[in-house]
Design a protein around this ligand. Structure first.
Ligand code: PLP
Length: 385
């Protein structure tokens, strides 16, 4: 059988299972109101939590850096790709999250794969939350350490696993999302910190969805919980409205990552304009309390309104609002119906979420008006009828 024939068969299987994925084209800048495949719609599924992806100050930072530094970094960071904006971004990001040093990666995926596979080694023990992001899972696997998965947000299960397994391994790591990407709930960070300390384990927290959103000045879920992680992972493609990611930690940890993290060492540095936008976004995010307040107001209103309508939505306060449906085909049917009435709400299916938990993942942003939220709730009310 030819490769192409096999691929066609695999796609057909996906389609029959309701799991085929396609892309939709946004023909405007990111924002509350967009044009998708020629049709205007209200966007409710981006991760542009603070509405910064099209912010004039960040656009200006990109223009200035393009004029000053050009388009490409032309080499990896360790060769000749480290430019002034890269250093500035790393300084600003470390300061924002209260860590001594930071290393910039070209994406969150690269950050997680590079950081975990460098810090954990064969023979070590990794304790990983059952709902951790795929990039954390891949980083754990690549390290070839022993991986134990604890039940989602369950400190007692973590404690039991450490009790049983810890002594057989020289080092241990507790790895978790700070704010879970598909469920919108927080990790129990204070308990995780306490247990990690008791068992002499390091705590690594991926704050992809909480950086900029939670904590004072948007410094994240750990800061909100009064917890200091050993390694903080932040991404810049979500609340920062930009691209890239970073790990922040003690200076020796960061120097080791600069030396050994393969996704950093063997990859061209991010474009200088991207780093310049990240540096500017770090300052913008810190001062964005008004945007965070607006985001929180929308999140609470959307959750309460959906529950009043009888939808299964967790009682929480974060901007990741999952509406549980269950079946992947029904999830996509609802998503398509909503798009036809002018609301882009994405369906999330396996393997992104466990079998039987397909859902709509609604995300309000600081860029939405109150009226946008009310219109979405009206659309859900019509669906109910
Ligand atoms: C989005 C995401 C990543 C990946 O970040 P990118 O910059 O998009 O590659 C990593 N971790 C979590 C929890 C995420 O949600």
């Amino acid at each position: 059988m030819s490769l192409n024939q096999e691929a066609r068969d695999a796609l057909k299987d996906l389609e029959e299972a309701g799991l085929l994925r396609t892309t939709r084209e946004i023909q405007t800048p990111q924002g509350a109101e967009v044009v998708i495949d020629g049709q205007p719609a209200l966007l409710f599924c981006s991760n542009d939590y603070l509405g910064l992806a099209n912010h004039p100050r960040l656009i200006q930072a990109a223009h200035e850096a393009l004029n000053r530094y050009g388009v490409g970094a032309a080499a990896s960071r360790l060769i000749s790709g480290t430019m002034t904006p890269h250093r500035e971004a790393e300084q600003n990001l470390a300061a924002l999250v209260g860590q001594p040093s930071a290393i910039l990666y070209s994406s969150g995926y690269a950050a997680n794969v590079g950081t975990l596979s460098t810090l954990a080694r064969p023979g070590d023990l990794i304790l990983s939350d059952a709902l951790n992001h795929a990039s954390l899972i891949d980083g754990c696997r690549l390290s070839r350490a022993r991986i134990e998965v604890y039940r989602h947000a369950d400190p007692e299960h973590l404690r039991a696993l450490l009790d049983e397994k810890r002594s057989a391994h020289p080092r241990a790591f507790v790895v978790t999302d700070g704010l879970f990407s598909m469920d919108g709930d927080r990790a129990p960070l204070a308990s995780l910190r306490e247990i990690a300390d008791r068992y002499d384990a390091s705590l690594i927290v991926d704050e992809a969805h909480s950086l900029g959103v939670l904590g004072e000045g948007g410094s994240g879920a750990c800061a909100e919980a009064g917890v200091r992680p050993d390694v903080f992972i932040g991404t810049l493609g979500k609340a920062f409205g930009c691209a890239g990611a970073f790990a922040a930690a003690g200076p020796a940890v960061i120097d080791l990552l600069r030396n050994r993290a393969r996704s950093f060492v063997f990859s061209t540095a991010p474009p200088p304009a991207t780093a310049a936008v990240a540096a500017a976004a770090a300052e913008l995010v810190r001062g964005a309390d008004d945007r965070r307040a607006r985001l929180r107001r929308h999140s609470l209103r959307l959750r309460a309104g959906l529950r009043e309508l009888g939808y299964q939505v967790p009682d929480d306060d974060t901007p990741i609002v999952p509406v549980m449906i269950g079946d992947p085909r029904q999830t996509m049917r609802i998503s398509n119906d909503l798009l036809e009435s002018g609301f882009f709400v994405h369906g999330i299916r396996p393997p992104t979420v466990p079998e039987g938990t397909s859902r709509l993942r609604l995300v309000p942003t600081a860029g939405h008006e109150d009226d946008h939220i009310e219109r979405l709730l009206e659309a859900f009310a019509r669906l109910r009828r």
